[in-house]
Design a binder for this molecule. Structure first.
Ligand SMILES: [Fe+2]
Ligand SMILES: [Fe+2]
Length: 204
């Protein structure tokens, strides 16, 4: 794997390349939710499909924004190897909608909210305004993605008479390989409706 902490242009390209890879996977993940799970939603299927089609379109916009930044630096998506963590998470949760929502929007996309502000600052310091603008758009939209994931998770728990906090913790322990690592961007997570009770002390 290329060193994302490498300095200068190489490091910026490696970081943007890893973001582009995440966004490309996120397109597939949004449409996979629609195709794989919308039949489970009964009368709510229309709203579910509408939410995730919009999110899929935003992920496509994110990919193009980041790809344009890469091209501006003389690179392109596909130049570097990329890891498969997001797609593995999708495969692991392909038979359980609650697990998918817990792991993808509520753990992985929420993690994006934690790390993106520092990334924005890094590009700002290097004077890369195109990357700053792209990442600011991504950050803003991703709050909506975490919000949609949390909304549907809560609704499905209510339908199945499950405690959402307990269910989330169980599913994360069962389906998510890593641990939930602070520091958390509590302000952004709360704007998305993802309250600290979900992610604090998740091993308890
Ligand atoms: Fe995105
Ligand atoms: Fe997203």
């Amino acid at each position: 794997m290329p060193k994302r902490r490498a300095r200068g242009l190489t490091g910026r390209i490696a970081l943007l390349h890893s973001v582009a890879h995440i966004e490309l996977n996120a397109i597939d993940l949004a449409f996979d939710l629609v195709g794989r799970f919308s039949s489970e939603l009964g009368p709510n299927a229309n709203e579910f499909v509408t939410d995730w089609l919009k999110i899929g379109a935003e992920e496509a916009k994110h990919f193009l924004l980041v790809q344009n930044c890469l091209v501006g630096l003389g690179a392109a998506y596909g130049d570097l190897p990329a890891h498969d963590g997001l797609w593995e998470a999708a495969q692991n949760t392909s038979s359980d909608l609650l697990a998918r929502l817990a792991v993808v929007p509520m753990v992985l996309e929420a993690r994006g909210l934690d790390v993106t502000p520092a990334m924005i600052e890094r590009f700002r310091k290097q004077g890369d305004e195109a990357a700053v603008a792209a990442l600011e758009t991504i950050f803003r939209d991703e709050i909506g993605h975490v919000e949609a994931g949390t909304k549907w998770f809560r609704r499905l728990c209510q339908r199945q008479q499950l405690d959402p906090i307990k269910a989330f913790k169980q599913l994360v322990e069962q389906y998510f390989k890593g641990s939930l690592k602070p520091p958390f961007n509590e302000a952004a997570r709360s704007r998305a409706g993802l309250l600290p009770q979900f992610y604090q002390n998740s091993i308890d």
